[in-house]
Design a protein around this ligand. Sequence first.
Ligand code: TIU
Length: 221
Amino acid sequence: MADIKALPFAFPLKRGALALVVIDMQRDFAEAGGFGASLGNDVSRVTKIVPNVKRLIEGFRAAGLPVIHTMECHRPDLSDLPPAKRDRGNPSLKIGDAGPMGRVLIIGEPGTAILSEVAPIDGEVVIEKPGKGAFYATPLGDILKARKIEQLVFAGVTTEVCVQTTMREANDRGFECLLVEEATESYFPQFKQAALEMIRAQGGIVGWTAHLDDVLEAINA
Ligand code: TIU
């Protein structure tokens, strides 16, 4: 079995136990008028990685490997939204408020949807998550266990918030985690760089990082 060229050392690929997790590639983080923009961020940084995320997803599909998508979102009655999360940062549009793309980060609203270029296809798992991490208050752990998944490749946004939180949750649950550099982005370039470095530091304390072409080459070998 080909390893994936990675840092801090080669990732020991177990093809039958590998899945891709694509974190929160939603309109609310990538388009004007969404949640990311309401927090004062330059969302164009997110749209730039969409072609890379698409290539990664298509590579996993072509290799017959599972693709799992997550969405940060809340129930319309906001019963899964702690006031501490709703009020944090004083965004111009709070979660649940009506904005140009519907109610911000609410299940079923247009802005909450995954970007069409990287949208799930029939048969792919979609995890709706109320937190930054994808394991908190979701069935993700049970789904991965049932499918005997042991290794997770990560893509999506934002690197140091929902992606890194989920990687840390996964790492603590015993998964081997790899983050694809060109398929993740932050609103802050220095935070992306710092997250990549802290993940792979200390012998891979949280996991591995790798380049998109190297991941695609290994999974399709
Ligand atoms: N604000 C920010 O960087 N991220 C989020 O609020 N959610 C995700 O990262 N998905």
